[in-house]
Ligand binder design. Structure first.
Ligand code: AMP
Length: 445
């Protein structure tokens, strides 16, 4: 008989550019989340989660009505009352909205927050670029000081180091000055590009009208050459921002963080002021950056809050995982089972259920495929689940109130009194490898 096959139509698959996180990748997610939590706690950051949806105005105000991210990449829809809502494309706007809404300016400043959340952008999906992706981020709100920018970069760098991927990146650093000085420089750029339109790619032709600064970021060969020859940004940036930048570089030198001073780095979001930075892929540059951030001194005010400065960083989890795999970094897995319980007959099954519960209470990760099938078929299954131990209970064992413990690797087994099975398994597995559930401990794990 032909084997039954699953047939799934396109409309029943996950949406384009949005992927399931399968168990093997969840191990990376869990590990990354733990590293982030550890580094965050050490530095006094507290976790925040904002809704996946915000009123569209939150993003319109923060990202800028004319920004590429807002106009082309935000998923928006009207709710039943006709209010426009959008899936969050970026973490900072929601955090800033929450800071203002919950009067966090009344707390001791700076307020240090971090998040780990899914984000959504209507992108052209390709390797490392998805429509749903996970970002973690750190925000330091309430103070302006180059030492804080340095600390923000330091924590991002530390996380890359912890995850073993820092060798794949270079830290790109720039200052884009205040929004006034940036406007001035945009005008200079516009003047420079006028008359050179024929050499520009289609996208840059559009950017010339909308946001000439972003043309500096283009990867097309001709555009790159023109960008190289363009007037230097720092000749037009305000003095205070340049001094701020000098001080930041001093601090980074002091803590031994290497960077490339890159006057072409602009970051695509409108809310940045002064410091911007990105971790660029050694090969693919900005197109495969794992993270980036910068200072946003006027955003809180733009969003209706007081004039409160801030700096932040966001990293992309999928790209980090891809690079961890590239670097052959294996994350510790806590998901592997210790024991597979095989049984024969209804009586044995009854005993198994109780035994499985006792094992789990003792921290032994165990499963029993309590379906039908011979002991041998169940043992084959145990092999496929790659468990180190199997417990077998057949008719004889039920009668004698015993169980067989089998070492799957060595292929040896021993018969043990039922009430001793858990203790014996604990001996084999080792106390430190148990997965004990204790709500108190769990809170701090
Ligand atoms: P951004 O603030 O846009 O630079 O995003 C911060 C980081 O999030 C990037 O450096 C990427 O690692 C990640 N990221 C941004 N957009 C995407 C996407 N569409 N798919 C996967 N990762 C992304």
């Amino acid at each position: 008989m032909a084997k039954e096959k699953s047939v799934i139509s396109e409309s029943l698959k996950s949406p384009r550019g949005m992927h399931d996180i399968l168990p093997s990748d969840h191990e990376y997610h869990t590990y990354i989340k733990k590293v982030i939590r550890h580094r965050a706690r050490q530095a006094g950051f507290r976790r925040i989660s904002t809704p996946i949806l915000e009123y569209t105005d939150v993003f319109k105000r923060s990202l800028g009505e004319n920004s590429d991210l807002f106009t082309n990449q935000v998923y928006s829809f009207d709710d039943k009352k006709g209010r426009s809502l959008s899936l969050k494309p970026d973490g900072t706007p929601g955090v800033v909205r929450a800071y203002i809404q919950h009067n966090m300016d009344e707390r001791p400043q700076p307020v240090l927050l971090y998040y780990f959340e899914p984000h959504f952008r209507y992108e052209n999906p390709q390797k490392g670029r998805y429509r749903q992706f996970w970002q973690f981020g750190f925000e330091i709100i309430g103070e302006s000081d180059p030492a804080l920018d340095a600390q923000c970069i330091q924590i991002a760098n530390k996380i890359n180091e912890d995850l073993g991927v820092n060798g794949l990146y270079t830290l790109q650093l720039n200052t884009i000055g205040t929004s006034e000085s940036r406007e001035k420089y945009s005008q200079v750029l516009e003047d420079y590009y006028v008359g050179k339109e024929r050499s520009l790619c289609e996208n840059c032709k559009k950017l010339l009208e909308e946001n000439p600064l972003r043309m500096l970021d283009c990867n097309e060969e001709d555009c790159k050459i023109l960008a190289e020859l363009a007037p230097s940004m720092h000749d037009y940036i305000d003095k205070e921002s340049l001094e701020y930048h000098e001080e930041l570089m001093e601090y980074l030198d002091e803590i031994g963080i290497k960077y490339e001073n890159n006057q072409k780095l602009v970051r695509c979001l409108d809310y940045y002021t002064k410091t911007v930075f990105e971790f660029w892929d050694e090969k693919d540059g900005s197109s495969n950056a794992t993270g980036g951030g910068g200072r946003y001194d006027s955003l809180i005010n733009t969003m209706g809050g007081k004039s409160i400065p801030a700096v932040g960083y966001a990293g992309g989890v999928e790209r980090i995982i891809a690079n961890m795999k590239k670097e052959k970094i294996v994350v510790p897995s806590k998901d592997e089972l210790h024991v597979f319980v095989a049984q024969l007959g209804r009586e044995a099954k009854r005993k198994c259920l109780g035994l499985i519960e006792d094992m789990r209470e003792s921290g032994i990760k165990s499963m029993g495929a309590l379906g039908k099938g011979s002991i041998n078929i169940q043992l084959e299954l145990a092999d496929k689940f790659k468990v180190p131990y199997a417990v077998l209970i057949g008719i004889t064992e039920v009668r004698e109130n015993t169980a067989i413990i089998r070492d799957m690797k060595k292929g040896v087994q021993e018969t043990v009194k039922m009430e001793k099975v858990v203790d014996r398994l604990v001996d084999f597995i080792g106390e430190k490898n148990l997965d004990k559930y204790s709500p108190g401990e769990l809170l701090y794990s």
